[in-house]
Every structure is written in C-alpha cells, then in structure tokens.
Design a protein around this ligand. Structure first.
Ligand SMILES: [Zn+2]
Length: 341
C-alpha cells in the first residue's frame, strides 16, 4: 500500500490511503456484500494524533487494511484518539467498537441510535424488520429473510463513549467541528462539518452515486422519508462544501447532489402515487409496479434483501403521501392498505 493523492475519477473502492487535503485521508475498506463494495473511513490529523470518521465493518481483512493505512501515516491504531461515527450500521460502527476493546479509543455516535443498539444487543434485531415487512404487505419476504445469518459479534453492538446530541460542536485538539442531525437513513444519523477545510463528512446521508435506503430499520421512525427530506433541506441550508461520502468518490458539491436527491424523491413520490391510483393495495403491491435501481429493474429481478429494501422504501414514500393528504391509508391485521381516497 502507498499513500497517494485522491483521484475522484479513479475507482473509489481500490484499497489504499488517499490524501484528499493536507492531513485529511480517505481509506476505503472492503465490504463482503456485492451491492456496496466498500466504505470510506476518513482519517484526519489532529495535533499529534488521528481522528477517524466512521470505522468500517469489524472484519479481519478490513482491519488489516486499516492498520496498514494508519501505519503509512506513521501511527498505530492505538494512536487513533477518537472515532466519530455517522450512524449505527455495521459497516460504519462495528470496527470502532472492536478497536476500542483493544486500545480504549473513544467512540462517538448520535443519540438517536440508542434504541437500535439496544435491540441489536437483545438479539431482537429482526423482529422490528419483520413487522415492517408485514406492514408493507410482504410477510412472505419476512419469512425468507429470517434465515439470513448475521456475522456480527454481539459485543460489537456496545454503546459508544459519547452520545452526540446534534447539533453540537465537537472540540478536537486543534479545531472545532460541527455535528448536525440528519435522521432518515437511520434515526440517529449525523454528519460532521469541518468548516476550516470546507468539507462535510456526510456518512450515508448524501451519497454521490446512489440513494441511501430509507426506512429499513429495526427501530423505524414513523415517517422516515419525511425525516430524510427534512435532513436534506437542513444540509442544503448550510454553506456548500466538498462532499466526503461514506460510499463513492469525493465530490465537489454537497448542494448539487442534495438537489438531485430531492428531485429523485419527488419523482418516486409521484410514481408511487400513480401506482396506487392505478390499483389500490399495499407497499409490496406498489413496489411490484415500480422500477428499481439505476438500471430500472423489475421487482422480481431483485435479490431477497433488495426486495425487502424496495418494500420498506415504498412504505416510506406511501406514508409521506398519506401525511400530505395525497393518499388514504387503512390498517388491517398489521398491514397497511393504500388508496386515493
Ligand atoms: Zn453505509
């Protein structure tokens, strides 16, 4: 591994350590799923130590690459002072907890993730997802998905040292960052701003090439898509900055991408409304009539996990349409049915 300048045109998933700005590095770590191939961890020099944004999934191969990367900065993992984690998902949070077990590194996470962590520790993670799928009219998918095994050490779901109550200032040794609350992808998602460098560490809130899943949470909010759209609006009101995403290449403008994401969800809301106008039914019914991914695939062509994501995503859009008075909802036996009213 070598330390190279970051090239946003190159394959962003290639293992290595890339300098984005003086003292600011991007370290992509591999993920085992074929959907998302990597997660970016960012390392920032702070005095004589390092601060990390997000941490990766606690897997042996990722751990090895993180160690090599940190070594090129003249440090060991033990010299990482803090992990600031954008959200509770395993590809962002679990490595921080694993490293803390060895070195006592401080870990910070948004307080909104507390409920999800509690459920994860109790081993009841899937119960919330199953009732969500039932709500979406996809109890059949729920039965299939129960057999997917989680390769997570329950110890990796320990609480952080610091619960972030964003918006709040984060005092590092040489600079003060801001954490902003951006619920939607998860309930406790936060983004970090380093105004001195004019950058935003956006986690999964603003991704340059894909849209984050909405509403696929064990501990789902009542209106996750409304939360997400509000969080996009919040970020849009801040000054425009360099986008440092957790998945995808570093991109020049947070605002440009936020505008695209808002457009995307406007279109999805309209198409979801049309699907129900054409034929009333559940989220799963509507999801089957919509097209998925950038390749416009049919629902039946998706793998099991993507089908689950499609149903909860559609549910999130339908519930925003109900809240806006554009559709009507009735509940029966834990399943939600939608019509134009
Ligand atoms: Zn992620």
């Amino acid at each position: 591994m070598r330390l190279c300048p970051d090239d946003p045109e190159a394959d962003w998933t290639l293992p290595g350590i890339y300098e984005v700005d003086a003292g600011l590095y991007r370290i992509p770590l591999p993920l085992p799923s074929d959907g998302l191939r990597a997660v970016n961890v960012y390392a920032v020099r702070d005095g004589d130590g390092l601060v990390m944004v997000d941490s990766g999934w606690a897997l042996a191969q990722a751990r090895e690459l993180l160690e090599q990367a940190v070594k090129l900065l003249g440090s060991g993992l033990g010299e990482v002072r803090r992990f600031l984690v954008t959200h509770v998902h395993r590809d962002h949070y679990t490595m921080a907890v694993a490293v803390r077990r060895e070195f006592g590194t401080r870990v910070a996470l948004g307080r909104g993730e507390a409920g999800t962590l509690r459920l994860a520790r109790a081993g009841t993670l899937s119960a919330g997802l199953l009732s969500q799928l039932r709500r979406g009219g996809a109890a059949d998918l729920g039965r299939e998905v129960q057999f997917i095994r989680e390769s997570i050490d329950p110890a990796d779901w320990a609480d952080p040292d610091d619960w972030l109550d964003a918006p709040e200032d984060i005092e590092l040794e040489t600079v003060t960052w801001q954490a902003y609350p951006t619920p939607g992808h998860t309930r406790g998602h936060v983004v970090f701003v380093d105004a001195s460098r004019n950058v935003m560490f956006a986690g999964d809130h603003v991704l340059p090439r894909i849209t984050p899943s909405i509403g696929f949470e064990q501990n789902a909010a009542e209106l996750p898509l409304r939360d997400y759209l509000d969080s996009l609006a919040l970020v849009r009101r801040l000054p425009d900055r360099l986008l440092l995403p957790a998945h995808g290449p570093v991109s020049p403008s947070v605002h440009v991408r936020v505008d695209e994401l808002i457009d995307h969800h406007d279109t999805r809301l309209r198409r979801t409304e049309e699907a129900i106008a054409a034929r009333p039914g559940t989220a799963a019914d509507a999801a089957r009539r919509l097209r998925w991914t950038r390749r416009e695939r049919k629902f039946d062509e998706l793998d099991l996990l993507s089908k689950c994501l499609a149903v909860t995503e559609t549910l999130a859009h339908l519930d925003v349409l109900v809240a806006a008075g554009r559709l009507r909802r009735t509940d029966s036996d834990g399943t939600r049915y939608y019509d134009v009213g």
